[in-house]
Design a protein around this ligand. Sequence first.
Ligand code: FMN
Length: 372
Amino acid sequence: MANAPELDPDVKSPVALGSGPHSAPGFDIGGQVRVAHPFVLAPMSGVTDTAFRRMVQSASGGTVGLLVTEFISIEGLTRTNLKAMMRMAFNPIAERPLSVQIFGADADRMASAARIIEAAGAQIVDINCGCPAPKVVRKGGGAELMRQSDHLAHLVESTVAATKLPVTVKIRSGWSADTVNAVDVARKVEAAGAAMVAVHGRTRLQLYTGEADWSVVQAVAAAVRIPVLGSGDVATAEEALWRLQTCGAAGVMIGRAAIMNPWIFGQIDDLVAGRPARAITNQHRLEALRHFRDMMAERMPDRVIPGRLKQFLARMTKGFAHGTVLRERAMRAQTTAEMFEWIEGFFDAVDHDRLDAWVETARSRVPSAAAL
Ligand SMILES: Cc1cc2nc3c(=O)[nH]c(=O)nc-3n(C[C@H](O)[C@H](O)[C@H](O)COP(=O)(O)O)c2cc1C
């Protein structure tokens, strides 16, 4: 379809399509949790809530190996703060295995948070050591723990002692370019009882700029016995498979690419099986948007749903001809129903070659849109 963005042609190292199955075995975490597919949906604050996770898992035909919550404050969780409880919400049947990610710096509170997570029925407790936000780092949590690795080891030990669930850790490559210490940190948390380490190949100071350094992932994978996940900049199914095949890690995390392409895990599965990655149609896009809306409607008032849908719609329709007109119309929608009228009209026009007429109507409905 002319209007649909193609899979990124800039494949780092082409996977030989149709040449037969590729090897992408699953792995175990702490001898307790089986990750059947080694591709994991990365935690993303403000994005990967239960509605989003379920939408991605469904769009990808159940091939996401592990789902991780947004990071949750141990202070909030142990005080049953509403935001923390909302962030921990999950569907125990549709989301399995599920890891609940927490952040903070107090060992007793982290242990209590782990007990709450275990009681809630999740499968894994994950400690965040990557968040670069000043308000988190200032209080000793997130990426600050990359500089306080002895304290991090203590946190891991006391959390492991508090729960029967495997405790895992998500780190960055280090604090800064001249203090890259992911290997040391990974060894320490392994010795403290961590059952898996995920490595985002950027430093705290890089935030999300530059490129993720996968040589750090490779070095960590070579240095520890526990499973390692690599994270950073995986844009396509081909790239995900190439990373798995070349970085030596047990699995690969995919974050931002899954917002644009929630079918990516299913596409990886296609490649693994030696099939071309499934083509995504506007019907798939509509289904995903509707599913996401329905999942949100289970737990949020209608007035907040358009805001969440906009974020997803903007990424999903990036690169579409006249996608800006759709986004502009959708941004102004007051209700979910109104938003869907625009979305459905747009995809219908694309599929029936009536886009020019749709754009004209869209612009005439709101005069200021003529400037688009
Ligand atoms: C909007 C956003 C929110 C994020 N929130 C979290 C988080 O809550 N916990 C965490 O460990 N990492 C978080 N990350 C980092 C991702 O998990 C991932 O490591 C990073 O985005 C690199 O992977 P990607 O290029 O596949 O997105 C976040 C990233 C983004 C873009």
